[in-house]
Design a protein around this ligand. Structure first.
Ligand code: URA
Length: 326
């Protein structure tokens, strides 16, 4: 028995508003994606990039947050080989493909036709996830474009005019929602990358939660100067966008970081009393906890914050095992 690791990507283009997917045709007539062995010293992403160049000869843009595993086994000279393929999602900038001599042709096919042409069940499953993901990308881009116009549409705008959009897989099971970006976040246009973000990453890691698998954002996604609390009016303008983002990502669980987020998402009045307990709100399971900035300032709060995250990981891990879902 041996193990092999490959990587590749589902490559798509948007044609007349709908995705079409690249299928490579093998000698025997079966359809496949661009994929191949992960060579020594390569990451899965590097291998996928190289395989795309070698097998399809096109430039692509990888879509962050999408990485799914396909597993199967086959026999090579009576030896059972287990194979794991890491499949990424990438958008092509052209429809001109240059195949290698590993394939005899290629097609750009819409989703319906892909589901008929791809025979392998696990690959079909990943194509279905990719199609759903592409739809979410479109919805989130449209929403963020509208959200980004708020400053110019509202006179007396008191926040930064630069949107710090949420970050992470659009199909994340866990969403983390803070208060509002800080100065570092405003500069880099990425959420939770300053000192609070560092503490958050470390606490998640300690609890066994992988930050890169979470969708991370805030109630207000524009920096309030001097880190002041956003006003009621600002929250009123921004929170509807957060609600639509939650609808798009559709996470199983939300961790509300701090009093503003816990109040908006779970109706919590006192974080010191409500932290660590799940609240069911509008179909979402929300766990209010402290804001990492408070955990930075007070050792006791840091302890409670870490306990909440560990307990969250234990409970949600058990829930996943019970439902048997991925
Ligand atoms: N604090 C927040 O609430 N959000 C960020 O993005 C950064 C710090």
């Amino acid at each position: 028995m041996s193990f092999e690791f490959s990587a590749g990507a589902i490559i798509y283009r948007i044609e007349e508003g709908r995705p079409v997917f690249l299928l490579l045709v093998k000698d025997g007539g079966e359809y496949d994606i661009a994929k191949g062995h992960i060579e020594k010293g390569e990451t899965a992403k590097m291998a996928a990039e190289r395989e795309i160049m070698e097998e399809a000869g096109i430039r692509v843009l990888f879509k962050e947050g999408f990485a799914k595993d396909i597993r199967y086994f086959f026999y090579r000279k009576k030896n059972r080989v287990f194979k794991k393929v890491k499949v990424f999602l990438a958008e092509a900038d052209s429809k001109n493909v240059k195949i290698s001599d590993e394939h005899v042709g290629y097609e750009w096919a819409d989703y319906e036709s892909v589901s008929q042409k791809i025979k392998f069940k696990d690959m079909k499953r990943v194509f279905a996830l990719a199609a759903g993901y592409i739809e979410k990308i479109g919805l989130m881009d449209d929403l963020n474009r509208k959200y980004g116009k708020l400053p110019s549409e509202n006179g007396n705008w008191g926040l930064s005019s630069r949107l710090v959009p949420g970050e992470g897989p659009l199909d994340a099971k866990i969403m983390l929602v803070g208060q509002a970006p800080g100065k570092n976040e405003d500069e880099k246009l990425r959420p939770f990358i300053g000192r609070s973000g560092l503490l958050l990453s470390e606490a998640l890691k300690k609890a066994g939660i992988r930050r890169e698998r979470c969708y991370v954002t805030s109630v207000v996604q524009f920096f309030p100067p001097k880190n002041r609390m956003p006003t009621e009016e600002e929250v009123g303008l921004c929170a509807p966008f957060l609600m639509q983002q939650i609808e798009i990502v559709n996470p199983r669980w939300i961790i509300a970081l701090g009093s503003l987020s816990s109040s908006v998402l779970a109706g919590v009045e006192k974080i010191s009393e409500a932290h660590g307990r799940f609240v069911l709100r509008g179909g979402n399971k929300v766990m209010p906890t402290f804001h990492p900035a408070a955990a930075l300032r007070f050792k006791r709060i840091k302890g409670l914050f870490e306990e909440d995250l560990s307990e969250f990981a234990a409970r949600t891990g058990r829930a996943e095992n019970q439902t048997g879902k991925e």
